[in-house]
Design a protein around this ligand. Structure first.
Ligand SMILES: Nc1ncnc2c1ncn2[C@@H]1O[C@H](COP(=O)(O)OP(=O)(O)OP(=O)(O)O)[C@@H](O)[C@H]1O
Ligand SMILES: [Mg+2]
Length: 273
């Protein structure tokens, strides 16, 4: 059975959809046979990705939900479409009523339609949007929960007031803090009673790619490192249960400059051509 990881917010639009897509995009190649997780846009308030990428919402969540009760439901992959960032995504229409009903159907039977056959071992990331009466059964059916919040006192106060519900929904959940945050990790951990915290830096360039506002590659060529991608790699490694990737740092990057053959030096020294 597949492992389900739910991504949710408690208030506002802190970046759940973007963070879910990004986590799938940087998923460690060493797990799930190198196959990136499928993302499911299962926000009961309505989807955004169809409009953001000018995609049709079918195939998508409505097709998956409609087949949830059939003895042979639609295979998850056949309801997914690949976004330009390389992530296969089951997208939704913007319509709240349609999405609410679809989320209800998918969450029924403990989301069996998402988990697939017993032989499946890969991971599915579910963007459940803002925690609500409609989304709670889907979040409860997941194996892990990532709560996405902005880092100000106002945003974190809402996570604080929901912490008992979050602890009931998931034995251990991860807090992903998007953008600037004036509080150190230890202070947030102690106040919100959460062990796992990941800071996802503000990054307009990457966010534009994830929202369909830019068609640039997520990873820029060359030596530039985007802190958001590095942070998301850590989150993905944590969720996948593998070692957090080592970054070579400046020394490692510069070492690559001299790693190749130097034909000029070979010519001067009379070496091979
Ligand atoms: N790390 C980031 N850096 C810069 N902008 C970001 C980041 N994450 C998200 N954003 C921006 O924040 C806005 C909201 O993001 P997104 O749609 O992912 O939020 P959401 O929580 O899914 O919202 P909703 O609840 O409305 O579905 C978008 O404009 C997105 O580009
Ligand atoms: Mg969203």
């Amino acid at each position: 059975m597949r492992k389900l990881v739910a991504f949710a917010s408690v208030k506002g639009s802190p970046g759940v959809t973007s963070s879910t897509l990004l986590t799938a995009a940087v998923w460690p190649a060493s797990v799930d046979r190198g196959v990136r997780p499928i993302v499911i846009e299962a926000d009961a308030a309505g989807g955004d990705l169809a409009a953001r990428f000018s995609y049709s919402y079918t195939p998508g969540l409505l097709d998956l939900a409609a087949s949830a009760r059939l003895p042979q439901p639609e295979p998850l992959a056949s309801t997914a479409q690949e976004l330009p960032c390389g992530v296969r995504t089951v997208i939704s229409p913007a319509d709240t009523d349609q999405c609410t009903e679809a989320v209800r159907l998918v969450a029924g039977y403990r989301a069996a339609v998402l988990r697939g056959d017993p032989d499946y071992r890969d991971t599915v990331l579910v963007d459940t949007g803002q925690l609500s009466g409609e989304s709670v059964p889907l979040v409860a059916a997941a194996d892990e929960l990532v709560v996405v919040s902005r880092g100000g006192a106002d945003a974190l106060a809402h996570v604080f007031t929901r912490r008992e519900q979050l602890n009931e929904l998931a034995s251990s959940w991860t807090l992903a803090v998007v953008g600037g945050c004036p509080y150190p990790r230890e202070e947030i951990a102690a106040t919100l009673d959460v062990e796992r915290i990941v800071f996802l830096p503000w990054d307009v360039r990457s966010a534009a790619v994830l929202c369909g506002r830019s068609l640039k590659p997520l990873r820029p060529r060359g030596f530039a490192r985007r802190p958001l991608l590095t942070a998301a790699e850590r989150l993905a490694a944590q969720l996948a249960g593998v070692a957090i990737p080592e970054r070579p740092g400046l020394g490692g990057s510069l070492a690559r400059l001299s790693a190749g053959r130097n034909p000029v030096a070979e010519l001067v020294s009379g070496g091979s051509r």
